[in-house]
Write a protein that binds this ligand. Structure first.
Ligand code: SF4
Length: 611
């Protein structure tokens, strides 16, 4: 079937046809040459979400810079398009050349979120590719996966040929270029294992105790590495970054120029996987950031510029950079958005600079309602910090404050929940005190997520709350926050439990995943598509107990499914941090002195402030 011709007919029947046509400004089409390696960058969600993800733009750029590689994009079709494709027997195709993904050399999935896993199976199936790696032949593409969820690859091991752990721009082109003509897949995968960051699940096999815990993860090929050390970009300033972003024809979640200012975080929040697996902090120089920002604005015509990192204001030269960017954006009539500003390092000088320029809600993430619990999670913020920041923000004219909290954290008590409501009410009271009744409209939004223990964090051994306990807490907070001017929302408990199952799952949970897909689960991260009853059935039919994975506290000596993956922080450090959490002892930010996470054995860390 020639997809391009058939596609024209289908596009008349679906919502947002621009999701499937490609040809956007800065998209890349290469003339396929003999020996050229064809790679499909697969994003397991819709076009609008995938196109807002900087990692896609970055890897697309990095891969297509290689003469011998042609990287195209592949997205999960929306439900209406999938129905049409299945009815017409149309296989999943690449956006650039409408090539069936089955004809590529590689199909590489980015794993940003556990609940996109069924979409991966659905995309393989739509592509006519057998789901199980062991059932695929030499004819089908090699299926790769990478991204933060690859740090516990086990739930997907039955379906993926190779996981790439760590910084993709460092590893992905090297891994793809190693492929030689005439090589069998096995020969290639054995060769590939010599690179840092490569995990081939077929070379490892877990054995289990009767109660389901892992007894041993055996190697099935003696030369497979004992541990998989992540790939690392050491010099971010010198690393590739796209200047020619693809500009979508339709509105996507984030449609703007965006430059990554730094990677990593020094704060050490104990629940946060990103804060652990992206260490050490690596910064781009301000002049590099400005140059990239200008190049992106020139090549795209975007009207908004944003900065990307885990915590914008932790950039060592944040005030200077932000001030310069404000000037640059003002001159060009471009709006500047500075996300993830943190309370304790919040620069009101910068805030004033952007005042009157663009005012969206001011976002703070205290995460916990009491100082005690904030110490447990190592969130170095006091209530003083919160209120003084809010006061200054109110004086500068903000009229909407968004607060993010997490419930179900280890050691949480009733007082901690009360603290959430108290903080929201105090902020309202501060507004009233400052402005009185005539203060105009003022709104506080409280968003509560449910704690999901993640691999490679100090809380990786901790249990998640039961769904019943989460529901009671949600009900309680709903009552406490039923106050005019306060909006309260919270995450779905079933979705959070499923996230926890896959975040710490082993290879066994792959069976439930495959069954859930067969039953019709997809787009599980979208609450309107999530089907809890189908997942329940999938778990029951495969004999997988979700509570075993989500709600069970592990002991330190238990073998964890991700133990062979080495993010360079030591398990001893994570244990020590977990113990300190339980004793309510904080650990300093490593810019103020090394906390001994082990990272400096492998790379130079961010210099301490006084160095
Ligand atoms: S080794 Fe020390 S300075 Fe480096 S990331 Fe770990 S705690 Fe921070």
């Amino acid at each position: 079937m020639e997809i391009s011709k058939e596609l024209d007919k289908l596009l008349k029947k679906v919502e947002k046809p621009a999701r499937y046509i490609g040809c956007e400004i800065n998209s890349v089409i290469k003339e396929p040459q003999p020996g050229m390696l064809r790679f499909g960058f697969a994003f397991p969600d819709t076009y609008e979400i995938g196109m807002s993800y900087m990692g896609l733009q970055l890897l697309y750029h990095v891969m297509n810079k290689e003469e011998t590689i042609f990287c195209e994009r592949v997205f999960a079709p929306a439900m209406d398009m999938e129905d049409c494709m299945r009815r017409e027997n149309m296989e999943l195709f690449t956006l650039e050349t409408k090539t069936p993904v089955r004809n590529l050399d590689f199909l590489g999935f980015t794993l940003q979120y556990e609940l996109s896993f069924t979409n991966i199976l659905n995309m393989l199936d739509l592509g006519g590719i057998p789901l199980l790696a062991k059932e695929r032949t030499e004819e089908e593409p090699i299926i790769i996966a990478g991204g933060p969820c690859a740090y516990n690859p086990e739930p997907l091991c039955d379906f993926i040929d190779v996981f790439l752990i760590g910084d993709g721009e460092e590893l992905l082109p090297k891994a793809v270029k190693l492929r030689r003509k005439g090589q069998t897949k096995e020969e290639y995968l054995k060769e590939l294992c010599k690179l840092s960051g490569v995990y081939v699940p077929a070379f490892y096999e877990p054995e289990y105790y009767e109660d389901g815990r892992i007894k041993e993860i055996r190697k099935t090929w003696e030369h497979a590495p004992d541990t998989i050390e992540r790939a690392l970009v050491r010099d971010l300033d010198a690393a590739e970054f796209p200047q020619d972003l693809i500009v979508p024809f339709i509105e996507v979640v984030h449609d703007r120029a965006v430059v990554e200012t730094f990677r990593g975080c020094t704060r050490g929040c104990r629940f946060c996987q990103a804060g652990m697996i992206y260490r050490p902090v690596r910064e781009r120089k301000p002049e590099t950031i400005k140059r990239l920002a200008q190049a992106q604005l020139d090549s795209t015509g975007h009207e908004e510029l944003s900065l990307l990192s885990l915590s914008t204001s932790d950039y060592s030269q944040f005030e200077t950079l932000a001030t310069e960017l404000v000037g640059m954006c003002r001159e060009q009539n471009v709006s500047l958005s500075l996300p993830s500003l943190r309370l304790d390092s919040f620069s009101f000088k910068v805030l004033e600079e952007i005042q009157g320029y663009k005012k969206s809600g001011l976002t703070f993430a205290p995460e916990a309602g009491s100082q005690r619990l904030r110490d447990v999670i190592n969130k170095g913020i006091t209530e003083e910090d919160i209120y003084s920041a809010v006061k200054q923000a109110l004086e500068l004219g903000w009229n909407h404050v968004k607060l993010y909290f997490m419930i179900g954290l280890p050691t949480e008590t009733q007082q901690d929940l009360d603290g959430i409501a108290e903080i929201a009410k105090t902020i309202k009271a501060i507004n009233y005190e400052l402005k009185g009744r005539k203060g105009g409209r003022f709104n506080v939004t409280v968003s509560v997520s449910n704690f999901v223990p993640k691999a490679h964090t100090p809380f990786q051994w901790e249990a998640q709350d039961t769904e019943e306990s989460f529901r009671k807490k949600h009900d309680y907070l709903t009552k406490q926050l039923s106050v005019k001017g306060i909006t309260f929302n919270y995450h779905d408990t079933e979705i959070s439990r499923l996230e926890a199952v896959f975040a710490r799952g082993d290879r066994q949970v792959g069976k439930a995943l495959a069954r859930a897909f067969e039953l019709g689960c997809k787009f599980d991260g979208w609450s309107e598509h999530f089907n809890g009853a189908m997942w329940k059935r999938a778990f029951e039919e495969t004999g997988i107990d979700p509570a075993f994975y989500a709600q069970r506290k592990r002991s330190y000596d238990e073998i964890l499914p991700w133990d062979r993956i080495d993010p360079f922080i030591t398990k001893a450090f994570l244990m020590r941090e977990n113990e300190r959490a339980l004793q309510e002892i904080t650990t300093r930010d490593c810019r103020q002195g090394c906390a001994g996470c082990g990272m400096n054995r492998k790379a130079e860390c961010m210099p301490e402030e006084d160095k």
